[in-house]
Ligand binder design. Structure first.
Ligand SMILES: Cc1ncc(COP(=O)(O)O)c(C=O)c1O
Length: 316
């Protein structure tokens, strides 16, 4: 399902823009040995008419990265302003004029052990990523036999590299079972999320989504969608536990996330969701989301950081 990725000319490593080939870390670093790294995935949306790229909800992503570094007990942290400026500098260095996926990674470098908390390195990538076909076609989902991490085992609100082995196993299982994507339940047996995305169902015209205490990442897209549906579509989202059997009763369903944007789910465990086609609320929400993210609707301007029309980022 993956659209082909073209690697960029430049990446950012520890304060410098470097050629793609030169962004390397040591094989014995705690990041490589133990997954001691945290990251953010962010989108920069290109607006053709305005000839501008907008980085979407940069401040909120950087705040979450700060939180991740705090939970993982990093010795040093970079300021949001510094990280924002490096991100914009990298996009400009590659001269992107198309939608990109940005990854900010901070990691435990050096040759330390499992409990090392520094030195801390930073790397940033921005890779062109057009809107994939699955957004208009929808995907099939299968409930995973892998249970989503519990917060008393690993901090699920943190985007820690090591956490992603949980979702990786679920995704591999989905692929083996010929589903496009996986849906994980939490230790209580209610719906949690997908391996890199949150989940919404529409039941009797009402959006429902698992609560932030349901072993999910506190997704920024989830927050955006709850607000957009309330403000523009008069739909109040119910944040509550979703039982497995409810999955087979919903009229529409979709995954959401920075990477997955709003991806319709058209079947779950091979049972069609609603009529098995992309639902009307989902389509309307996709349209609204992209208009806001690309700045085609002027509202929520603080969510969009322009890349080219200002020399430095707002103190994000
Ligand atoms: C495990 C997980 N859940 C949910 C999400 C969606 O979060 P966001 O909307 O902040 O990108 C992501 C993606 O970052 C994720 O990795």
């Amino acid at each position: 399902m993956d659209d082909a990725k073209k690697m960029p000319k430049y990446l950012h490593l520890n304060g410098k823009v470097v050629p793609y080939e030169d962004a390397k870390i040591h094989i014995l670093s705690p990041c490589v040995k133990y997954g001691a790294g945290v990251f953010e995935g962010i989108r920069g949306y290109w607006n053709d008419q305005q000839e501008e790229m907008y980085v979407f909800r940069l401040a909120e992503h950087l705040d979450r990265l700060q939180y991740s570094m705090k939970v993982m007990r990093y010795d040093e942290v970079y300021s949001n302003e510094q990280m924002a400026n490096w991100t914009l500098e990298l996009i400009r260095a590659n001269n992107f004029r198309e939608t990109v996926h940005i990854r900010l990674m901070t990691y435990v470098d050096g040759a330390g052990e499992q409990n090392s908390t520094g030195p801390i390195g930073i790397a940033i990538s921005a890779i062109a990523r057009p809107i994939p076909k699955k957004l208009s076609e929808g995907v099939s989902a299968g409930v995973s036999s892998w249970v989503r991490l519990a917060d008393n085992a690993m901090p699920v609100r943190v985007k820690c590299n090591a956490n992603y082995q949980n979702g990786r196993l679920a995704s591999i299982e989905a692929k083996l079972n010929k589903y496009d994507a996986s849906l994980m339940m939490n230790a209580r047996g209610t719906v949690a999320e997908g391996p890199g995305m949150c989940f919404f169902a529409i039941r009797n015209g009402k959006p429902i989504t698992p609560p932030v205490t349901g072993s999910i990442l506190e997704s920024i897209t989830r927050d955006t969608l709850i607000r957009l549906m309330g403000e523009y579509m008069s739909l109040e989202t119910e944040e509550r536990e979703i039982d497995r059997s409810e999955l087979y009763a919903c009229d529409e369903a979709f995954y959401c996330g920075t990477g997955w944007e709003i991806t319709p789910v058209t079947s779950i465990d091979r049972a069609p969701v609603g009529d098995g086609k992309v639902g009307a609320i989902t389509k309307k929400l996709q349209d609204l989301y992209f208009k806001v993210a690309k700045g085609e609707i002027g509202d929520h301007a603080p969510w969009r950081t322009p890349v080219y029309k200002r020399p430095n980022a707002r103190a994000a």
